[in-house]
Design a binder for this molecule. Sequence first.
Ligand SMILES: Cc1cc2nc3c(=O)[nH]c(=O)nc-3n(C[C@H](O)[C@H](O)[C@H](O)COP(=O)(O)OP(=O)(O)OC[C@H]3O[C@@H](n4cnc5c(N)ncnc54)[C@H](O)[C@@H]3O)c2cc1C
Length: 493
Amino acid sequence: MFRTSKAQQGKMRVVVVGAGIAGISSALALADDDSVDEVILIEARKHIGGRVSSVTDPHSGLELDNCQHACFRVYERFLQLIARAEAKKSIKLQGRTVLTFTDPYSGKSSALKDGRLAPPNHMLGSMLKFPFLSLRDKTRMRRVVSAFAKMSEQQRLELDDEPFIDWLRRHRQTEPAINRFWRFFVLAALNMSLEEASTAVCVLLFKRGLFGDPHAFDVGAFQDHLSGALDAPFRAALDSAGVDLRCSTQVSRLLWENGKCRGVVVGDATIKADSVVLATPHHIVTRMLRGEGASDSAIAVAARTSALGYTALIGLHALYDSIKSGEDTTFTALVDEPIIQMIFNRNAELSEANQPPDGLQWLSTPISFADPYLEMSDGELQTEFERVADSMWPDSKARLQRFFVVRTKRATCAFPIGSHKLRPAAGDAGQGIALAGDYTDQGWPSTMEGAARSGLVAAAHVLGRSWNPDSPWPDWPKPPRRDTEGWTAWDCE
Ligand SMILES: Cc1cc2nc3c(=O)[nH]c(=O)nc-3n(C[C@H](O)[C@H](O)[C@H](O)COP(=O)(O)OP(=O)(O)OC[C@H]3O[C@@H](n4cnc5c(N)ncnc54)[C@H](O)[C@@H]3O)c2cc1C
């Protein structure tokens, strides 16, 4: 529990705008605190979960993810949120890190796994057997892994102005290592290209993720389509915490009085509050902070957020009339495939109760850093997908029943070189308002973890408490270790 409390200052009414992961984390953390009397969570859409949501396929009528979403055990605040919402059954987590790579044409396949050595060498055994890189590539990579381990936080942040590709070349990485290893992880985890991504953000990914705690990169998958997995448990948790959730309600502007944010405006009505947590995507934040009467600090933040961009993602969903992939396929990265970068077998991720109907198999591909492919037609994307799937499973008799494409232009916040200074902290927009969202300066990239952290940082700001987002949120269940009870273990060996 937090030791200090703001209760002596009187009880608060807080309005949270936006029920994505950031807004939900914030609303729950605030409602859990004795010093807060009332939390109103306002969401423009019918559904909650924001960008982690499903889309109804008009052809099959099935609810499908907007795009494959993966989490990792290192998503500690996100997993705390899942535990707080009693939604542990919504996710399964690998009991051992297993990351499979396949060459779809030769059929050659190999997995990176954590072994017995201490980090950062826990992947070394499987790395040495990895057939897609030569010994020379791997020897050079070892130097970079050691450089990460020695790098201080200050040194990492100082690399924000250097493209990761330049840093890798400066550290004598070979072209195969760059294209088959470093590029894949930056694309898949950060939704960025090596040419644009900031070295500071990339180093965080490798230092804290792949080469950090040996458990960190255990992959987590949703056991239902995204809204099926999250909407009901989040609503139940918000309801039992006493949060007043108002969906299908759009905040049109913030209410400013004497340079202080005093509430929000919805239609003709004003909702007054002691504090507002603004948890919308950053292009909406820019507009809201420029509203009539906004404080100078808010306008200065808007100038920064207006310079932040987005990166697109495309979700491909292939529904086969029977099992196309091998029964034991879970997911695999594809070597040297720029568009079909990965294939996930959603049947292997979904719980027994949530399997697709009529023996269908649901294969799912997220296309990361998808801006160059947004103009491709559904038919062209389908041709790409079938080319890869047919060469991976040439003997399968399964027929493609439906191919469904979801394009999201504003999928993740882009953090190119030099963007760190553009990311505002929770309290930067002035009095009466806290900022939350994956774009804020909460130490993480634009992910579900970044969003959960940002919501908690904003809650701590409203509560006037000091909290380090690298430590657990004190009032919630601890993040799961491999042996923590109640979580579903996912065997991907
Ligand atoms: C296709 C896709 C794939 C992704 N894959 C992954 C992945 O594999 N792993 C991962 O970690 N992350 C992934 N992400 C990123 C992750 O989903 C986001 O970083 C995270 O969900 C952002 O959460 P948020 O709460 O900051 O914002 P949002 O989810 O955007 O929530 C903001 C909410 O504010 C609401 N809102 C906006 N304006 C108003 C208004 N005026 N009034 C009231 N409400 C308003 C919106 O409707 C929305 O619900 C993916 C994102 C997409 C789109």
